[in-house]
Ligand binder design. Structure first.
Ligand SMILES: [Zn+2]
Length: 413
């Protein structure tokens, strides 16, 4: 096991002034689901330590993990979340209208996954190109008629794609900006591939939501940056781009969608940009003091969860979980939850069923199997989907089951 790859400088500005935001200790990779025959093996654990740069205020975790370890176990298929598919459809309709896209346009999506988003442009006869690093997932996209290149996006890839397919009228990058180790090379790729009046949209979880609601379980090794508009604007400016509009989105517990263009393009600044700039300034986004106080709130969430689980256990109640998402693994492993406290976790994704969660070794089962077991409590791990999950599982009330979330604070409902 190698632990000495920690970079000592900010991944955006290279400053050495990195201060602790939250240290979650050594944990296994959140997406490394374990097959039953490997149940007795030791997880490889890596430090998970989020720090804030005192120069540019980018919150980040160090590259503690070799990149091949991160993507080899990639098991996320976008189309398994119904709310996410409809979010994608709304985006496609809205963006096509706002930018007057036509059969002569090109829409490029980076980290295009299984084509969940681009398929909606294909349906409108707008040419698309997906860029996706995972070959098995890219194949699923191709099967839907979504043209896809298997590649990691960056400046050189952008140059190659541009010469092969032409420049883009629109690029989309959803939940990927925060997941790239080299944010500078990645952003430079968008400046490279855009037409002079092209538009790039990026969606990412907003650091302000993470801080306001103590969403520490969104911190995991593959999630390198925790982004504010403040940090993103500095990064785009360095690479010849500027933000002209920002929307707040409810996804992932509070996200931003930023609209950017090349520095010299014609787009006028919209109110949305000023609004979020103001929000962040009010929250003290560029002052180190604003980042203190997070760690004690995280410790309280862990203590409250363990108190609940031990109490249920002592009273002979059973607790299962729902949603084998990455964020659940951060919560469970930081809190050192074991299968005697949470017996199993149900997940609708058949690729995850039959595996064990990394670290905690809790078994992943199907929702049908959960119904058979009739647990007294169901801890919803992806709290951002608590509404969707609790209403789709309303039948658990019939056996007296109750739902629980741990974040932003312990709640039984
Ligand atoms: Zn920095």
């Amino acid at each position: 096991m190698q632990h000495n790859m920690t970079s000592e400088t900010c991944r955006f500005c290279a400053s050495t002034g990195l201060e602790t935001f939250i240290d979650l200790g050594e944990t296994p990779l959140a997406n490394s689901y374990v097959s039953p025959e490997d149940a007795a093996s030791q997880d490889a654990c890596y430090p998970l330590h989020a720090r804030v740069c005192s120069n540019c205020f980018l919150v980040q975790v160090a590259d503690a993990v070799p990149p091949d370890k991160i993507f080899s176990h990639y098991a996320y298929f976008s189309s398994f979340s119904t709310s996410w598919v409809s979010h994608a459809k709304n985006y496609a309709t809205m963006a096509a209208r706002r930018l007057n896209l036509s059969p002569d346009s090109l829409v490029v999506e980076v980290a295009s996954n299984d084509g969940y988003l681009l398929q909606h442009f294909v349906a409108m006869d707008i040419p698309v190109l997906g860029v996706e690093p995972a070959a098995n997932i890219a194949l699923e996209a191709e099967q839907k008629g979504v043209r896809t290149e298997v590649a990691f996006f960056g400046h050189q890839t952008a140059r190659d794609l541009r010469s092969q397919y032409g420049a883009a009228d629109l690029t989309a990058a959803n939940n990927v900006l925060a997941h790239v180790p080299d944010i500078n090379d990645f952003v430079a790729g968008f400046a490279e591939i855009l037409k002079p009046q092209g538009v790039a949209t990026f969606e990412f979880p907003h650091l302000l939501s993470l801080m306001a609601e103590t969403q520490f379980d969104t911190i995991y090794h593959e999630h390198f940056s925790y982004l504010s508009l403040y940090a993103v604007e500095q990064c785009f400016e360095r690479h010849g781009m500027r933000v002209f509009d920002v929307e707040g989105l409810p996804t992932h517990g509070g996200s931003l969608r930023v609209w950017a263009c090349l520095a010299g393009a014609d787009y006028e600044v919209c109110d949305g940009l000023e609004k979020v700039r103001h929000q962040e300034a009010t929250a003290g986004i560029n002052r180190l003091e604003s980042y203190q106080g997070f760690a004690p709130r995280v410790a309280k969430i862990r203590d409250d969860l363990l108190g609940f689980l031990h109490g249920a256990h002592d009273h002979g109640k059973t607790v299962a979980a729902y949603g084998a998402a990455a964020k659940g693994n951060t919560l469970l492993n930081f809190s050192r939850v074991t299968p005697d406290l949470i017996t199993c976790v149900a997940d609708a994704n058949p690729h995850k069923q039959g595996t064990l969660l990394p670290g905690s070794r809790i078994a992943v089962i199907s929702p049908q199997e959960l119904d058979n077991q009739k647990p007294d409590y169901i801890l919803i791990l992806p709290w951002n989907l608590r509404q969707e999950i609790s209403s789709s599982m309303d039948h658990v009330r019939q056996w007296g089951g109750q739902f629980v979330v741990a974040i932003p604070e312990l709640e039984i409902f």
